[in-house]
Design a binder for this molecule. Structure first.
Ligand SMILES: [Zn+2]
Length: 182
């Protein structure tokens, strides 16, 4: 397996709509290796998701995994491959939460997302699956699927003033939020 080079914002691949993955492509060893390499790359950079355009591949698929140790998550999400995903909001409710992106290093921003969504996609073997997701899992799905449309989380921020470097976020924003929770 290989660690892939991650495209950073400013590279046009991140702003282009990706193409459907065709069934005959899905079955190829090259595509299956790309999935494994994306998994390895996501672990290397400690992301919870990675979309194909982020590794310079203009195809509609992404990988995600939320470990139990992630403080933002209500529940662990096992490694999941989303091929040709379709996301449907389940209700109008949105939640504001913090996001970062491997293509926008060192930054965090507060982003409103649908609280509950349905995901319909194919798995890595081309089998259709669907899942109802909420909270942080729903957020990761929406973040990754935006990448397939040429979107990044900055586009979804309601107020750019929350944008912070991670260090300043941890020094100032996160402690202030904990005070509010108490
Ligand atoms: Zn991202």
């Amino acid at each position: 397996m290989s660690i892939l080079k991650v495209a950073r914002i400013g590279h046009p691949v991140l702003r282009a709509a990706a193409s459907e993955v065709r069934e005959e492509v899905l079955a190829t060893p090259a595509f299956q290796k790309l999935i494994d390499d994306m998994r390895e790359t996501m672990y290397e950079y400690e992301g919870v998701g990675l979309a194909a355009p982020q590794v310079h591949e203009g195809l509609r698929f992404a990988v995600l995994e939320v470990p139990a140790s992630d403080g933002r998550a209500e529940a662990e999400v096992p490694f999941t491959v989303l091929v040709n995903p379709v996301v449907t909001p389940l209700g109008p409710e949105k939640q504001v939460g913090w996001e970062g992106c491997l293509s926008i290093p060192d930054l965090r921003g507060a982003v409103p997302r649908f609280t509950r969504v349905r995901l319909d996609a194919l798995d890595r073997d081309g089998r259709p699956f669907s899942v109802d997701a909420q909270g942080f899992f729903a957020r990761v799905i929406q973040h990754e699927c935006d990448h397939l449309e040429g979107g990044v989380y900055l586009d979804r921020m309601a107020d750019m003033r929350s944008l912070s470097f991670i260090k300043e976020f941890e020094d100032h924003v996160a402690p202030a939020e904990h005070e509010h929770e108490d």
